[in-house]
Design a protein around this ligand. Structure first.
Ligand code: SF4
Length: 264
């Protein structure tokens, strides 16, 4: 469905200050294209951004937007949607913002199942503060704060969402724009809280989780005949830590949103 708002209508006149080549460019373009494809309009869309490089997205969109407090973008988004269920609420932030200080909010936003979309631009490092390890950094990733590696297993956002009773759990890649747009459209159309973890490489500080790495390793769940409504199959893929997947890992076809259950 389209209401006449196109991709350009969602873009502000501010020039992004992201480093050339940053994955956040592709992710933002995917979000704005998905919004226009699903019939959203700038005046009916509310964007909540987290803190970090990815959090700058709120300045680059021409919708209502707010720059949330670190780790607290989700409760702002939940509150806005509950107050005005007609709004298209999009929350976007990074892995540091969402899975470190924001981890508890993430868990409860997932189980609350408010009808909104949460996009994490996951680059597996803190970019804005110049290259410290984040919750999703790999065990061997050498950074300013982990000179010999983190010596910790990375947090698994998809598993955390599944164990929090998530009803839409997906993963995408900023450089595979066609697939990213498809996944984000499904997320926006989902009845409930839709979580999309988007690999958005940090070309400046993370020399391991690069564009080439994701091109070489990502397996699309559609190519292996995965049915996102099959919970047991989804669980198997999500807990397979040997393989990186993109696509809709899990979608509960009987999702009952917060708005449904509260008569909003
Ligand atoms: Fe992107 Fe990394 Fe530059 Fe931040 S530091 S804008 S995440 S490339």
């Amino acid at each position: 469905m389209s209401t006449g708002a196109n991709f350009a209508d969602f873009k502000s006149d501010k020039k992004p200050t992201w480093c050339p080549g940053c994955g956040d460019f592709g992710t933002m373009n995917g979000i704005l294209k998905a919004l226009s494809n699903t019939g959203a309009t700038p005046e009916n869309t509310f964007f909540v951004a987290g803190i970090g490089c990815s959090g700058k997205i709120g300045t680059y969109v021409r919708t209502y937007s707010i720059h949330g407090v670190h780790g607290r973008a989700l409760p702002v988004g939940c509150g806005a949607k509950i107050a005005n269920p007609n709004l298209e609420v999009m929350v976007a932030g990074g892995d540091g913002d969402g899975f470190s200080i924001g981890a508890a909010h993430f868990i409860h936003a997932v189980r609350r199942n408010v009808n909104m979309t949460y996009i994490v631009m996951d680059n597996r490092i803190y970019g804005l503060t110049k290259g410290q390890y984040s919750p999703t950094s790999g065990t061997d990733l050498k950074t300013n704060t982990s000179p010999s590696g983190t010596h910790m297993p990375p947090l698994d956002p998809l598993a955390l969402a599944l164990s929090s009773q998530g009803t839409f759990i997906a993963q995408a890649f900023s450089s595979d724009l066609k697939r990213l747009i498809e996944i984000l459209e499904a997320a926006i159309n989902h009845n409930g809280f839709a979580f999309v973890n988007v690999f958005s490489p940090c070309v400046t500080y993370n020399k391991v989780d690069t564009y080439q790495y994701f091109r070489d390793t990502l397996v699309d769940v559609d190519d292996i005949g995965h049915d996102p409504a099959d919970y047991e199959a989804a669980k198997k893929l999500i807990f397979d830590h040997e393989t990186e997947y993109q696509g809709i890992l899990y979608q509960n076809p009987n999702s009952i949103s917060y708005e449904d259950s509260h008569g909003l």
